[in-house]
Design a protein around this ligand. Structure first.
Ligand code: ATP
Ligand code: FE2
Length: 327
């Protein structure tokens, strides 16, 4: 069965195509980059509206199939930014309707896990999902993917992007901060904020900006922010693994592209006799293939949706979805 998946929760318009037998056939990513400042939901949505049809065509040609061979359409139903979600939803409904094929709306966070399971060979991990809008530790227990820990304020990527703006590094600052951090060596005082299993990042941002005002080097600020924030994530991930007895850890989300985060989680995993798994970069960040793959799993496990069941949900929680595709 061939599923075409449309991702559109935030800045990325992605179209992926998967075959239930052969796996990923195409993964086209078109990211909106605001000319300046942060991400404006309506401007991102306008970008997606322009980008979706070309992305579908490109994905079909990458997969080497015609649109008539698509058996099923999936899309990111939430969580995310309303205007962006509605573009993905409307596009998916129109495509499914015109092809006369079924449609499945999927949870974006769960899609990050399932594409990792497919591509890395792990089967029962704790997922550290660290992206712009989301920061959660998720694992499977009792027919649900449950959230064991999460951010109390912003996602870690949003914090890095805001910091990037304050420091004049431009939007989508994660990669730039990573690069600068490599030349940092002074660990500045930055609040380490873990409460129970949850983390918070706003204090880190405030402290980092204050260090800059005091004339500290950009390199040291980036280094200190990374060391502190990633140590917090590693700690809650480790505690979740211990608590639920998982010996696999999977990284997902755009921030999982960061080499230092990978190093810290990998070291933690090895020390506990566990293993870390990370999918290829294009499948860590937001992408259509993961949406198609989760849609395919859901559909094949018997989930059926009418168009009227596919209303987008900005605050769609990971643990609301009954997991019907795992035994
Ligand atoms: P979601 O909708 O799941 O919240 P998103 O819209 O934030 O996702 P992603 O592509 O998953 O999209 O993640 C983007 C984030 O990843 C941005 O905040 C970006 O700065 C951050 N990022 C990208 N590369 C790196 C890196 N090398 N190090 C740290 N952060 C990074
Ligand atoms: Fe994401």
């Amino acid at each position: 069965m061939i599923t075409l998946g449309i991702e559109g929760t935030a800045h990325t318009m992605g179209v992926g195509i998967v075959d239930s037998e052969k796996g990923v056939l195409a993964n086209v990513i078109d990211m909106y980059r605001p000319p300046q400042g942060g991400l404006h939901p309506r401007e991102a949505a306008n970008h997606h509206a322009d980008a979706v049809a070309p992305a579908i065509e490109k994905a079909l040609s990458e997969a080497g199939i015609s649109v008539k061979e698509v058996d099923h359409v999936a899309f990111s139903m939430g969580p995310g930014l309303g205007p962006c979600l509605r573009v993905a939803g409307t596009s998916a409904r129109a495509l499914a309707y015109s092809l006369g094929v079924p449609i499945t709306g999927v949870n974006h966070c769960i899609a990050h896990i399932e594409i990792g399971n497919l591509l890395t060979g792990c089967d029962d991990p704790a997922l550290l999902y660290a992206s712009g809008g989301n920061t959660q530790v998720i694992a499977y227990a009792d027919q649900r993917y449950r959230i064991f820990g999460e951010t109390e304020d912003v996602g870690i990527g949003n914090m890095l992007d805001k910091l990037g703006r304050e420091l004049g590094l431009g939007y989508y600052a994660g990669p730039k901060i990573e690069e600068l951090a490599r030349s940092g060596d002074v660990l500045l005082d930055i609040p380490y904020s873990v409460k129970g299993m949850d983390v918070s990042f706003s204090g880190i941002l405030t402290a980092a900006v204050a260090h800059r005002k005091k004339g500290r080097r950009l390199e040291d600020i980036c280094f200190s922010v990374q060391e502190t924030a990633f140590a917090m994530l590693t700690e809650v991930t480790e505690r979740a693994m211990a608590h639920i007895g998982k010996d696999q850890v999977l990284l997902g989300g755009g921030v999982a592209q960061n080499g230092r985060l990978r190093e810290m989680v990998d070291e933690m995993a090895r020390e506990r006799g566990a293993r870390m798994f990370v999918p290829d970069r294009q499948f860590c960040r937001d992408n259509g293939a993961m949406i198609a793959w989760l849609g395919s799993l859901m559909y094949r496990s018997g989930v059926r949706m009418e168009i009227s069941d596919t209303e987008v949900r900005q605050r769609f929680r990971t643990d609301e979805v009954p997991v019907t595709w795992r035994s």
